[in-house]
Design a protein. Structure first.
Length: 71
């Protein structure tokens, strides 16, 4: 209880802002997929490079093997 003549508790306090809304990752993924599809569907388009993808996957696997081997 505040002393006589003192302002009430909390008087002049700055209100606290509510926490930010949680991130909806499914919406972010959907938005990215839509953007990727739109880019692929544009006039320039893109082609899947199976050999390039295989090389990338192998490189990533090699990196994992090396990192786990150093543990």
């Amino acid at each position: 209880m505040p002393p006589p003549g003192a302002p009430p508790l909390g008087a002049g306090a700055t209100p606290v802002a509510p926490p930010p809304a949680p991130v909806v990752y499914s919406a972010l993924g959907r938005g990215q997929a839509e953007a990727d599809f739109a880019a692929a569907s544009s006039a320039s388009g893109w082609e899947f490079d199976a050999e390039g993808m295989d090389a990338l996957i192998q490189d990533l696997q090699d990196r994992i093997d090396v990192d786990l081997g150093n543990m």
